[in-house]
Each structure stands twice: as structure tokens, then as C-alpha cells.
Design a protein around this ligand. Structure first.
Ligand code: HEC
Length: 137
């Protein structure tokens, strides 16, 4: 009888261990939060090198200013759908931030956009920014 109880306890313990190991981990896909992304996008400086934020170049729309430094933010979510064949809007936006030179928007020059966001920002911050820009249809 003792042996049976011992085995049952052992099985229960192992099951609990397995469940904790598989659930609740911090790995897995990062889910972006558009509201946090918007806040970040509109910050004056950002990232671990305090680089000038997105809005130092990207005006929201014509009413907010010129687009001589960078494309307008409004409408990017829609433009992103057809910018690069084979890339979804989300993939394109992510690529535009981490590898700005992979596709350079017409009328702008390679290297005009800050090049180090991938090193400066966390994966979560990048996901938040992508979620926000995606929502700017
Ligand atoms: C120093 C100026 C500058 C800063 C700062 C900047 N960008 Fe840009 N960005 C550009 C320029 C110029 C382009 C167009 C050229 C290109 O495609 O690289 C661009 C293009 C983009 C595009 C593609 C737009 C389109 O219409 O296809 C996205 C998305 C973008 N930037 C997001 C961001 C985000 C997010 C930040 C802040 C983390 C940021 N940018 C900061 C200059 C900047």
C-alpha cells in the first residue's frame, strides 16, 4: 500500500513540475500593444542610446507638417500591404524599422532613417511599434 501511495505522489509531483515548466514561460511570440507603441512612437527620444524618436522625422500627416524628412505616419498601415511583394504589412513595417535599407521608399535616400533601432529597442518595444503603425490605416 505504501508503495502505491508513494508512486501516486511521485506522479503528481512530476505532473506539476511538467506543467510549470511548459506554461508561464517568458518565451514564445511577443505580442505587440498598439497603445504602448503609439506612446513610444511619439516620444522625443527613445532606446538605450536615447536616439531621436520617430516623430523627429515622421510627421503624422500634412496638417502636422512636411514629409521632407520621412513618409507620413498616417496611412502607413495601408501602404505597407503592397510595398514589397511577398511581405505582409506587419512584416514590411517590422523590416522598415530594423532594416531600413532593405526597401527605401521612393523620393528618400538610403541611410536617411536611423539605422540602429534593432540594437536600441527591445523585442517588445519593436512589436509595440509595429502594432501601432499597422493600425494607422
Ligand atoms: C532620422 C529620421 C528618421 C527617424 C528618426 C525615423 N525614421 Fe522611419 N523613415 C525615415 C525615412 C527617410 C524613411 C523612408 C526611407 C526608407 O524607406 O528607409 C523612413 C521609413 C519608415 C517606414 C516605412 C514607411 C513607408 O511608407 O513605407 C516606417 C514604417 C518607419 N520609417 C518607421 C519608423 C519608426 C517606428 C521610427 C522610430 C522608432 C522611425 N521610423 C524613425 C526616417 C526616419
Amino acid at each position: 500500500m505504501r508503495k502505491v501511495i508513494f508512486s501516486l505522489v511521485l506522479v503528481a509531483l512530476l505532473t506539476a513540475l511538467l506543467l510549470t515548466a511548459c506554461g508561464g514561460g517568458s518565451s514564445g511570440p511577443v505580442v505587440g500593444d498598439a497603445a504602448r507603441g503609439k506612446e513610444l512612437y511619439n516620444s522625443k527620444t527613445m532606446g538605450k542610446n536615447s536616439a531621436e524618436g520617430c516623430i523627429s522625422c515622421h510627421n503624422y500627416n500634412e496638417a502636422a507638417g512636411k514629409n521632407d524628412k520621412a513618409p507620413y505616419t498616417a496611412g502607413t498601415g495601408t501602404r505597407a500591404e503592397t510595398r514589397v511583394a511577398g511581405l505582409s504589412a506587419e512584416e514590411y513595417i517590422h523590416e522598415s524599422i530594423v532594416k531600413p535599407n532593405a526597401f527605401v521608399v521612393e523620393n528618400y535616400k538610403e541611410g536617411d532613417m536611423y539605422q540602429k533601432w534593432e540594437q536600441d529597442l527591445s523585442e517588445q518595444e519593436l512589436a509595440d511599434l509595429v502594432a501601432y503603425i499597422l493600425s494607422e490605416k
